[in-house]
Each structure stands twice: as C-alpha cells, then as structure tokens.
Design a protein around this ligand. Structure first.
Ligand code: ZN
Length: 173
C-alpha cells in the first residue's frame, strides 16, 4: 500500500527570526545624560568625556542633562568586568613598570574614542603575573594588541560572544 504522505519544509520557511534587529530597537532614551559617577556625557547618541565641544552650553541643542549611571560605572559598581588581560613571563617581572605604563597610556588613548572602556582593576598579588580587568571586551583586546606591538611576546585571544566576555593572555619570557 502506498502512502500519500507529503513532506514539506513548511516548519522551516515559517520560522521567524525573533532576534533580528533586536539590538537596534533598544532606544537610546532621552538626551543628554550625564553619569553621576564619572561625569561622562551621553549626547548625539554617543558617550564623551565631560567638556567635549558638543556638551557645552553654547551648543545649539543644549539642554540640561539627566543624571544616569554609565555602563562603565555600572560595571565598576557591580564588579563585573567584560575583559581580562592576563600577563605573565619573565619579561613582565623585569619590565613591570614600563608595561604597566603602556597599558595605562593605551587605556587613556582608547578612552578618547570610547570613554566607556576603562581599566577596572590591577591584580598585582603575584610578582610574575598581572591581571588587568576592563569594562569592555574591546579594551582588553586593544591592550593585548598594544602589548604585542610594543614588547612582542605571544598573545592569545578568547572571546565568548554569548557571555560578552574577552580573555587575553599575553606572555613573554
Ligand atoms: Zn560613568
């Protein structure tokens, strides 16, 4: 006996991508906003450090800002970093000051582009190791690249997009 069952791909074609565009629908909220902790200002759909030209009262669209807590300060308050840079090796022990200065300088430069990227913590409990935590994945990655560029050595990058977490391991003996 012959069955007349038909197979269709209806279940697949009907599938709707519920996630599509979700991140875009997040509304920026009213502008401008100022962070109560660090004083960074959100205006023109981006965060800037206080005193940037568009934040000044002479700006044609100036309005008194609403108070908020920026994502970097939230991460610091909750002690939830998004990036880790793990440094190790003999070279670190011998050039520690120089290396820490490079990281601090690179973080300061990165903050010009995005003030939400910030170094949170320096774990210096071990002499031959250093762990730096950051408020953004991007800053951890950027610090890793800066280390490679300045001091060579070996860097490994591990990103978990689900958890929004970046680990960078840098080593030089
Ligand atoms: Zn802030």
């Amino acid at each position: 006996m012959q069955t007349n069952k038909r197979y269709t791909n209806q279940t697949f074609t009907k599938r709707v991508d519920h996630e599509a565009g979700k991140h875009r629908s997040t509304r920026a909220g009213s502008e401008p906003q100022v962070c109560a902790d660090c004083g960074n200002v959100y205006a023109d759909r981006r965060w800037t450090k206080p005193g940037a030209p568009s934040n000044e009262a002479k700006h044609p669209h100036f309005r008194p800002p609403k108070t908020t807590i920026c994502l970097a300060c939230k991460a610091i308050r909750n002690a939830t970093p998004s990036g880790y840079v793990h440094l190790s090796g003999k070279f670190l022990a011998a050039h520690r000051e120089e290396i820490e200065q490079l990281l601090a300088n690179e973080a300061a430069r990165a903050a010009e582009d995005n003030p939400l990227g910030r170094i949170m913590n320096w774990d210096e409990t071990k002499e031959a190791e250093l762990t730096v935590t950051t408020t953004t994945e991007h800053l951890a990655q950027r610090l890793g690249h800066a280390l490679e560029k300045a001091f060579r050595g070996k860097a490994r990058y591990d990103f978990s997009h689900e958890n929004k977490l970046a680990h960078v391991w840098w080593e030089r003996d």
